[in-house]
Design a protein around this ligand. Structure first.
Ligand SMILES: O=C(O)CCC(=O)C(=O)O
Ligand SMILES: [Fe+2]
Length: 279
């Protein structure tokens, strides 16, 4: 896609999605959209991102953690630096240009009753072969409501490649009628937030190698994960924003689920169960 084409798709706060891309999100469970943010916009977002990594913005307790380790790991040795709810901790980020374009894409994919549910920053520094984000389906982390529609955006701050630990998706896995089994990575949710599923032989993960300023949008049931960062020079940073139906967000908040890792453990232990649809 040429520079001019990309610019034509960005229309102020909006980004225009093609019918083919909408069809892809539905059939594969994710879609790659190029040039959602311009070079200048990316520079500003990156600055805001790094203020969190440098710990210049206060982030409460477990909302600053390592998704590959347990809560006892010292911050200096984090392999997947994970910051939950950046716009809660820095309210100036609310309504930023990325959030607005993502909202516009969500409307085109899923309709007008959607809202921002949460945001998250993920950073794998160079030389972190253990920066593995375990295979999972996002819905296994969340309360199962009647209407689970979700558009999860993953914005690449760095060119994202297999070498530095890009996300890999199992196309079509979102169409399975049941969630896979997920277990806590380190014994229980009080030790780490991370859940993990295992791949079967039939699962054929596809790397989503995308450039800085590109996004992938994924479905709440697609199986995905990512490998370590083997690059000696490149970070692998991503800014996630997820949109769910206003009704689902209301239900989540009613039970005290905010996507913070500081949410009550009792609540965290009850989510991701299809047998208990929250209504
Ligand atoms: O950044 C990664 O490696 C995983 C991100 C992820 O699981 C998500 O955005 O849902
Ligand atoms: Fe995920």
């Amino acid at each position: 896609m040429s520079m001019a084409d990309m610019e034509a798709r960005r229309q102020g706060d909006r980004y225009l999605v093609t019918d083919e891309e909408i069809a892809k999100y539905r059939s594969h469970g994710y879609v790659h959209l190029k040039g959602v943010l311009s070079k200048d916009e990316m520079r500003e977002l990156e600055e805001e991102f790094m203020a969190f990594v440098r710990r210049e913005v206060h982030v409460e307790g477990r909302d600053f953690c390592d998704m590959s380790g347990d809560y006892t790991k010292p911050i200096e040795s984090f392999s997947i630096i994970n910051i939950m709810l950046p716009s809660k901790y820095n309210p100036r980020l609310k309504g930023n240009i990325y959030e607005k374009r993502a909202a516009s894409i969500t409307e085109q994919l899923l309709g007008s009753d959607m809202a921002l549910d949460y945001d998250q920053l993920l950073a794998k520094p160079p030389n972190k072969p253990d920066a593995e984000f375990k295979w999972h389906q996002d819905l296994a982390y969340w309360p199962v409501t009647k209407d689970t529609r979700t558009a999860s955006f993953w914005l690449a701050i760095d060119d994202s490649r297999l070498e530095n630990g890009c996300v890999q998706f199992v196309p079509g896995s979102h169409l399975e009628s049941n969630l896979r089994h997920h277990g806590p990575l380190h014994g229980d949710r009080d030790k780490s937030h991370t859940l993990a599923a295992t791949l079967s032989e039939d699962d054929k993960p596809k790397p989503a190698e995308i450039d800085r300023g590109d996004v992938t949008v994924h479905h709440e049931r697609i199986l995905h994960g990512s490998g370590g960062n083997f690059s000696s020079t490149s970070w692998r940073r991503a800014w996630v924003v997820a949109f769910r139906s206003q009704e689902t967000i209301k239900k989540e908040r009613e039970i005290g689920f905010t996507h913070s890792h500081n949410d009550n453990l009792k609540v965290l232990n009850e989510v991701g169960k299809e047998s208990e649809v929250i209504s």
